[in-house]
Design a binder for this molecule. Sequence first.
Ligand code: UDX
Length: 438
Amino acid sequence: MMNICVIGTGYVGLVSGVCFSDIGNNVTCVDIDENKIENLKKGIIPIYEPGLDELVLKNIEENRLHFTTELQTAMNDAEVVIIAVGTPPKETGEADLRFVEAVARSIGKNLTDYKVIVTKSTVPVGTGKWIKGIIAEEAGHSNFDVASNPEFLREGSAIYDTMNMERAVIGVESDKAKDVLSNLHEPFQTNLVIADIETAEMIKYAANAFLATKISFINEIANICELVGADVTKVAEGMGHDNRIGKAFLSAGIGYGGSCFPKDTNALINIAENAGYNLKIVKDVENVNAQQRYRVYDKLVEALNGDISGKRIAILGLAFKPNTDDMRAAPSIDIIPKLHSDGAEVLAYDPVAMKNAKKEIAGLQTVESYEQAVQDADAVIILTDWNEFKEMDLQDLKSKLRHPVMIDGRNMFPLEQMENLGFYYASIGRKTVKAAQI
Ligand code: UDX
């Protein structure tokens, strides 16, 4: 059992904090937002993440998880202090380290005895050393270690990902810090990758950029498949059986969004540029991704014979992926305004992201169910692969539509099924089913 202090109760901080407490540690989470902390003490969590509220409550009740705005108290008995504050992108694409710096200064001011200070926030290579300098300056001593322990959790399955982590990357400068962090990760029975701090920081960017590359790669293959009459889902299956390639992250669609891939690919390009290197592959990954989301728009225009003005379009799904209300870099943010500017009437439905979506998309009209969205629509576009949409009664959906046109940005349904149901069904990297003519 260890005493741990986690600074920042955003996605990464909150999930790591609660998971570390659930495996038996005594964890205190700190945030400067008093309102957030008061709510967290009652088990009210600021984000949508399946299972997180129950786990927070359980660990509060079992007295292993605490919330406070007082950094000094929280740091007192802690052996490990985890920095998990946001690193939002600046306009240049570089990570903004303002919050990390402020936290490092506060840690330095409150540092009385030896602690391992860990960065979990995704930070540019070199940040660990920079933080070390700041803390030493504020503390007036160097009786501490800094370390990097990047986070690989996915939104929507954050607890599962943390509890079943495939590896823990531990970037350290001393054996003492290595031992503390190795012990902390012991209960997860995972692969430990011990490295120096710069390498650990690089692993996070390289991993995310590689996953983004897989997505843009399969999306380009999908685009070729459409031109040559092949089926990208089969191509991906055929590729994925090769262990060197792997099955994961080969689902073609409208590209990646979210808080990590767009930010981290951009940051890596910047890191490379600052180091004097032109990172061509990742730049192309971004370009492909930026264009891919408009494929559903093009397919809609084609389905409705070139004119969508005055047409009613149902949008199913707004979040960048299922099981989250996160709208950051969601394809819907670009697609819906494009439909609006062409004079289409858009009615959207998402199981949880509608409130957030309204802040991002001007004039967004939403309804309370997918049935309401598709009623009398000229076409339906699927943007997020929520389970709720997978389970829709397609016969019933077809009867509600004015025209049986579905544009599926997530390849959710078998072509044969859509053919038998009599849809015009355009998806990504597969043949367009034209069982209905408009
Ligand atoms: C990602 C990483 O997976 C995680 O390790 C990292 O810590 C943070 O970034 P997240 O952004 O939560 O996690 O979502 P993820 O499930 O990885 O999906 C990212 C995006 O890629 C989504 O927009 C998703 O729709 C898209 N995607 C994913 C595809 O288009 N095709 C795929 O095959 C996989």
